[in-house]
Ligand binder design. Structure first.
Ligand code: MN
Length: 212
């Protein structure tokens, strides 16, 4: 199917002063849109034309994979940002404390991963098939979907994500990025992961998940 650029879940200037409208205009309006346009051009008249974005990511290589995965990663990144107050669910808090020790240690480890990622890429909080939370550093367009992980949150550390606002200061960008993380989105992603693996009537998965 023809891939479509997602709608931004907020106004262009909603993330100011943390991320400027100008950055969003370039990041969403040019980079993100560019991947969509390029992918549509590349898959026209090929078997990939009938596949979903996730299927293309699983099956393609080269430029088709790179553009498809970048669309998925950017969809995830923008949905993970908000200027509204958001809340960490009890389950997410519990899992973060279980797997990292505390929210503070998790944030420090995630920040370190963004600063240590050499070149362009993405840092993710994901749930692995053993239902533990992990921090993943992935280069270029690489994505947790390829490893059977459930992505919960991502930070784009390609320079185009921060160069207009922060120039080369990646650490300053990350510090401000934490201020606009949409914890509702992260919590919902964990809820959906639980529902998928431990189905029950309660969409949060609370009724079916038991730690062994
Ligand atoms: Mn980007």
């Amino acid at each position: 199917m023809r891939q479509v650029l997602m709608d931004l879940p907020f106004e262009e200037n909603a993330l100011e002063p943390y991320i400027s409208a100008e950055t969003i205009r370039y990041h969403y309006g040019k980079h993100h849109k560019g991947y969509v346009d390029k992918l549509n051009m590349l898959i026209e008249g090929t078997p990939f034309e009938t596949l979903s974005l996730e299927e293309i990511i699983q099956k393609a290589g080269g430029a088709i994979f790179n553009n498809a995965a970048q669309i998925y990663n950017h969809n995830f990144y923008f949905k993970g940002l908000s200027n509204q107050k958001s809340t960490v669910s009890d389950r997410l808090k519990e899992w973060i404390e279980r797997d990292f020790g505390s929210m503070k240690i998790f944030q420090k480890s995630f920040t370190d991963a963004t600063l240590n990622l050499f070149g362009s890429g993405w840092v993710w909080l994901s749930a692995n098939p053993q239902h533990h939370l992990i921090i993943e550093s992935r280069s270029n367009a690489d994505t947790p979907l390829l490893y059977g992980h459930t992505p919960l949150l991502t930070c784009d550390v390609w320079e185009h994500a921060y160069y207009i606002d922060y120039r080369n200061a990646r650490a300053a960008y990350i510090e401000k990025w934490w201020e606009i993380v949409n914890w509702n989105f992260v919590s919902e992603n964990l809820g959906a992961h639980l529902y998928l693996h431990f189905p029950c009537d309660d969409r949060s998965g609370e009724c079916a998940f038991h730690e062994d």
